[in-house]
Write a protein that binds this ligand. Structure first.
Ligand code: SF4
Ligand code: SF4
Length: 207
């Protein structure tokens, strides 16, 4: 495989506008109720010093995709030339094994019960264009490219670039400002885990 394409999200620039989600749905005619890309949210800190952090995620086009391993009919493939993970919905039998295997819950299911997910806008990529989500982001928070090149994009030291490590070696980089809460604040929402409840700093007691 020559390169591995990936996404790079600058967490300092995401303004939680959801334009990437809408662009994805529009460009790919994604049905109501299904999202190939989602904006996630994390509260960081303790009262009164609480900040919210936003991030946009989709399929991470993993280097070692668990979904490809488990698909009983070989409907999911990974392109050799750029590492994009694609599903052939004509072959998919809707067994949902891929959804159980993917800890990031990228596989989605709609009315026709076949698996659907981010395609990295493969037609646009092959035409030399940017993916719709990247092209639309007004905050210039969302970028894509060969993972090796993206890792170097630290804006002259103004960013710390973190790679999401975990099952399948996901192709997602998260950039944060030095000193800002590290990227792992996003782990719970990325993994669809409910964050541990923050103990109430104080309680209201009747006087
Ligand atoms: S739902 Fe479809 S793509 Fe997913 S594992 Fe089953 S057959 Fe494969
Ligand atoms: S790359 Fe394309 S399919 Fe994937 S999230 Fe972006 S717009 Fe959607």
């Amino acid at each position: 495989m020559r390169i591995q394409l990936g996404f790079y999200v600058d967490a300092e620039r995401c303004v939680q506008c959801h334009a990437c989600e809408v662009a994805c749905k529009g460009a790919n005619d994604v049905e109501f109720g299904v999202k190939w890309r989602r904006v996630i949210h994390a509260w960081v800190g303790e009262y009164p010093r609480v900040t919210d952090r936003n991030l946009t995620v989709s399929c991470h086009h993993c280097a070692e995709p668990a979904c490809v391993e488990v698909c009983p009919v070989g409907a999911i493939t990974k392109r050799k030339k750029d590492g994009i993970v694609l599903v052939d919905r004509d072959v998919c039998i809707g067994c949902r094994a891929c959804l159980s295997a993917c800890i990031y819950k990228a596989p989605q299911f709609g009315r026709d019960r076949t698996m659907q997910k981010c395609t990295f806008c493969v037609e646009r990529i092959d035409a030399g264009e940017e993916p719709a989500c990247v092209a639309t982001c007004p905050g210039e928070a969302l970028h894509f490219g060969p993972l090796g090149e993206l890792k170097l994009q630290n804006r002259g030291g103004a960013r710390v670039v973190h790679q999401l490590t975990g099952q399948g070696a996901p192709s997602l980089l998260i950039a944060t400002a030095p000193g800002a809460p590290a990227a792992d604040v996003f782990l719970d929402p990325i993994l669809n885990r409910k964050p541990a409840p923050v103990p109430a700093p104080a309680a209201m007691s009747p006087v």
